[in-house]
Every structure is written in structure tokens, then in C-alpha cells.
Design a protein around this ligand. Sequence first.
Ligand SMILES: NC(=O)c1ccc[n+]([C@@H]2O[C@H](COP(=O)([O-])OP(=O)(O)OC[C@H]3O[C@@H](n4cnc5c(N)ncnc54)[C@H](O)[C@@H]3O)[C@@H](O)[C@H]2O)c1
Length: 312
Amino acid sequence: MTIFVIGGTGFIGTRVIPLLVARGESVVCMDINPHTANFSAHGDKVKVVRGDVTQFDDVINQMQASGADRVMNLSYNLGQELPPHIATKLNIVGMDNCFEAARILKIKHTVYASSLAVNGQQKHFGDRPVTEDDLHRGENQYAMHKSFNEWQAKDYVAKYGMTLTGIRPANVTGPDKVRGSVDHVNIVTRPARGEAIEFPFADAMRCPIHVDDIAEVFVRVIMADKPKHQIYSSGGAVVSLGEIADIVRSYLPDAKIIFGKQTGGKESSGNYLIDNSRLVSEFGVQYRPYRERVLQIINAVRAEQGLPAIKG
Ligand SMILES: NC(=O)c1ccc[n+]([C@@H]2O[C@H](COP(=O)([O-])OP(=O)(O)OC[C@H]3O[C@@H](n4cnc5c(N)ncnc54)[C@H](O)[C@@H]3O)[C@@H](O)[C@H]2O)c1
């Protein structure tokens, strides 16, 4: 089987594609930056083509040429820095191009990335886990675009009976994450490089999930013929920046992580209590302990620097 992955040379895609190949699938990856990843170890099981998701002709022509019967869209702008017109082209028109091409080509299953950002701040929900059925409370450009993507996927499903599944990753973390939320990354990678780092609040809450874990989620979901639901939240580890600092210091006792204040960040934290029981019960996912993932990130940085790995 062939899977057409749009935006596959990025942070998550470079973990998803090898997992698909390991399961015996072939991949055609379309990305506007085709050379930022190297899949040569996978021989002819992975083909990378250059294409722009904002151009419908690129999307439908490459999707058709791939002969794929499953599609995954990971292309997006992570952040708020793009002007509205450009962000809309990539996030809204790009996603629609993917859905519409999948409709025309009768793609069996299309999976796209949404985000926990649709939920907005945790304070809107009190101290309870947010489910996929809760009302969206996200307010920024990224959150609004993801909310619209989810609404539009529902519209395609209702009108054409397509199988379109959205995954809402939490705060995806890994040594090479540079776009989107990165404080939960830098708090590990900077001390691992011997650099000091400062944050305003120790009690700011996050919900990190390691990129290897979210890649496995995307793979399990895309391989399903007809998931029971249209949206799945990944969930992750519920942890404050102060607690991450303690984990980092347990491996790197000299880590210089400074907080301006111990409290005051929790109430303005994004959604961090997330009910992922849908995903767990249907797909049997289980994440590695977060502590272990922190060490994995530290050791990835140390390997880059030619330093020996720290033992867990
Ligand atoms: N990383 C996270 O923490 C996180 C959390 C929640 C949701 N997500 C979602 O997961 C998806 C993948 O995230 P990521 O971290 O891998 O992002 P990324 O920025 O690393 O990867 C996105 C890829 O899209 C490609 N791309 C950009 N514009 C394109 C265009 N016009 N045409 C074709 N390709 C284009 C980029 O070259 C890149 O390879 C995104 O939809 C993101 O919103 C990520």
C-alpha cells in the first residue's frame, strides 16, 4: 500500500515515514522543502517530490501520480508570525486542497493534524480533562485555523461520506523541535548544551508527548480503515516547567534553569489536562514514561556534541 504524506520532511513527518516503511508500506512524500530530510536509507520505499499544498494542481497531480489510497497532511504553519493572508493559504486553502483532492481521487482514508490548541486555555475547563466533544476555546490564529479544519473535515464527511480523521497532538517534544511551542524543548536541550535558560514561571503547565510517540499515533490511525471517531486527542504527560527542570537536574546536576517566579503561570497555561481515552481504547497506544523521553532528548544533544550518553 502507498501512503501520500504532505509535509513529510518536517519534525513529525520524518518520524512517521520510517514507521510506515517498517510496517511494509510505501510512501510518497510531497513537501515544499523536499531536501530537509534524507530518506535514502529506505531505498525505493520512500519517494520525495516537491510540491506546494497551497496549489491545488500540485496536490491533485502528485496525489494521483503516487497511486496512494491513504493520505496524511502534516503541512502547516506552526505559530502566529505569518500575515493572515499567507497563513490562510497554507492552513485553510492547503487543507482544503488536500480534502478536495482526496474526495476526487476517492482516497480511502485521510488523516490530518489538528492540535490541542483548539481547546485554548485550561482555565476555561477548570481542573478537568478536556474531551474531543468539548467546545473549542482557542483564540489565536493557529487555533482558529485548526478549528476551521476540523469543521470542514466534518462537512466533507457529512456531504460525501469520506473517511477523514483529525489528530490533536499535545505539546510534541523532541531534540530538533524548532517551530511552535518550544519552552518544553529548550528547558531540556539548552542545559544539555551547557547553556543557562530562564522562564517567567515554574508552575506553567505543559502536556508534552515525545515525537516518536505521536508518530506512532499517526501511523496507527492512518492504517485503520474506518476509525470510530473523526477526532482523537493524543494527550501526553501533565507536567510543570518546574517539574521538567527537576527531571533535567536529576540527569544534569549543574543545569542552570532559572525561574522568575514560582507561581503565577498555571492560570494562563494552555490546555494541559486532556482525556485521550478514545485513542487509548481504540488504538491501544501507550507512551514511554516522560522521564525516559527527557533523557532520550538529553542524550540526542550529547551525541551531537560527541559526548557519552548518560545512563538512565
Ligand atoms: N509539533 C507540535 O508540537 C505539534 C503540536 C500539535 C499539532 N501539530 C501539527 O502537526 C503537523 C506537523 O507538525 P510538525 O511539527 O511536523 O511541523 P513542521 O513545521 O516541522 O513540518 C511541516 C512541514 O510542512 C512543510 N510545508 C510548509 N509549507 C508547505 C507548503 N506550502 N506545501 C507543502 N509543504 C509545506 C514544511 O516544509 C515542513 O516539512 C502540523 O499540522 C502541526 O500544526 C504539531
